[in-house]
Design a protein around this ligand. Structure first.
Ligand SMILES: C[S@@+](CC[C@H](N)C(=O)[O-])C[C@H]1O[C@@H](n2cnc3c(N)ncnc32)[C@H](O)[C@@H]1O
Length: 252
């Protein structure tokens, strides 16, 4: 089961229509920026096309964005005053320290075995009294139950919490309930395929789509999309992203 270009185009439109970036930007303004003692430097890890980066950039003097995907990277260059590095965060050599580090919806793309190294590296570049925000799927809600059923290694905030606790890093987690809404079954089916493929049969999952069975996976997506129907013109997929904020105190 492979998503067509048309499926992908539709998915990005659905995600955009649901204004997810706006929610993240609002959360950062209300919960992070208001609490920072110094607003000099901001690092965005896995900045994507920069929709969040460009809205947070005006609050800082120095902006650094790291993004390995060349297609997104080109768009990022338009972010005013940002320095951009086209690279994998784990491979790049950084010298600076930052007051705010954002890593929004990136960790799904990183092997959970490398998360400790990823978190350690980001923390090493965080200034004292700085804040680091990771946004990723929380370990609750319909989506979590669905993904976890098929992928025991589903990379949710539970793994991140465990790492932070072991490291003794001060953090808080907030799960912000959210949803994707579509007005057609076709769009909800594309979104379901995307979510199931990305979260259940990704490269770090135990089962590949072939070993699970392509037909079985297709049936799973169909059922999942059907279960999201509210009425003929409204399909709702609830989500529970976790906002994990780490604060670096003096001496740590
Ligand atoms: C779902 S997008 C999120 C983009 C943006 N942060 C947002 O929330 O809109 C995930 C991004 O992480 C990037 N990414 C994946 N692995 C990465 C890594 N190891 N280091 C840095 N970025 C990475 C991808 O290229 C992609 O642009």
């Amino acid at each position: 089961m492979v998503l067509s270009d048309q499926d992908y185009a539709g998915i990005y439109k659905i995600i955009d229509n649901n204004r997810n970036h706006e929610r993240v930007v609002r959360y950062i303004k209300d919960n992070v920026l208001s609490d920072l003692s110094n607003n000099t430097a901001y690092l965005d890890i896995g900045a994507g096309d920069g929709k969040i980066t460009c809205q947070i950039a005006p609050y800082f003097k120095e902006i650094m964005a790291i993004e390995p995907n060349p297609v997104f990277f080109e768009g990022l260059r338009g972010t005013k005053d940002a320095k951009c590095i086209e690279a994998d965060f784990l491979q790049v050599t950084l010298t600076g320290k930052y007051d705010f580090i954002l890593c929004s919806h990136v960790l799904y793309h990183v092997d959970p075995k490398d998360w400790t190294r990823f978190v350690d590296k980001a923390y090493a570049h965080l200034n004292t009294n700085g804040k680091m925000l990771f946004i990723l799927g929380g370990d609750r809600g319909d989506n979590f139950e669905q993904y976890k059923k098929h992928n025991d290694n589903y990379a949710s905030s539970a793994i991140l919490r465990e790492i932070l606790t072991q490291k003794g890093m001060a953090f808080s987690e907030e799960i912000i309930e959210d949803s994707y809404q579509t007005d057609s079954f076709r769009d909800m089916l594309s979104l379901s395929k995307f979510c199931i493929l990305e979260n259940c049969f990704n490269q770090y999952a135990e089962k590949t789509i072939d070993s699970f069975g392509v037909e079985k996976a297709e049936a799973l997506c169909l059922e999942y999309a059907k279960s999201k129907k509210i009425n003929d013109g409204l399909y709702v997929m609830k989500r529970a992203p976790a906002y994990v904020t780490i604060t670096k105190s003096q001496g740590l």
